[in-house]
Write a protein that binds this ligand. Sequence first.
Ligand code: SAM
Length: 213
Amino acid sequence: MRLRRKPGAPAKIAEYSQYIANTPEEWVGKWHERFKNSNPIHIEVGTGKGRFITEMAKSNPEINYIGIELQESVIVVALDKLIEEDLPNLQLLHVNGGSLTQYFAKEEVDQVYLNFSDPWPKSRHEKRRLTSSSFIKNYEEVLIPEGEVHFKTDNQGLFEYSLSSFSTYGMRLDKVWLNLHESDFEGNIMTEYEEKFSNRGQRIYRVIARFPK
Ligand code: SAM
């Protein structure tokens, strides 16, 4: 997803620092302080326009959520949703998900969501995939022991790659859905991309992969 540069975005991000930390590296190991509670922390890497993370935060007030997005013009759309909803259990982070250890301490995160990550189909771009080994290593470093990565995509190639990447890394595949929308999975929250692709008749895949103790 590439959105045109939004001229007002940097000013808005600076103005709403209560929702999107201006100096995120200062919050390493202090996210519970920022949320003012000790509830579990779930992060979504590549949160896009933020529908999923906003709806998750509304449905699960006992969980703290952090939506991480690289593109300023995209995260500002998620910020607009958060300003409107004013949710105490949701924060946004405008950083690269490949540098998670700069922003989170060891075991500070309880769960990771990856939704409709960019597929980067060319082999020479493998390292950019959010389910490649260097990203997985970062998730492992910030997650609790036996922490889970929940991954959804419409892209069969990326899904197969990711299943293999998770298991090669030593993660256990706890549950796999080959057609999420035709399954008995309850409480699915659709992302913007999920709605777009499923409206086109694309099948949605999902996996929960877990790190060892
Ligand atoms: N999750 C949303 C959805 O399902 O509607 C957005 C999906 S979009 C295809 C992928 C998003 O991931 C883009 O907004 C992109 O900027 C973001 N992204 C890609 N690589 C990233 C990275 N390394 N760190 C943070 N965000 C990233």
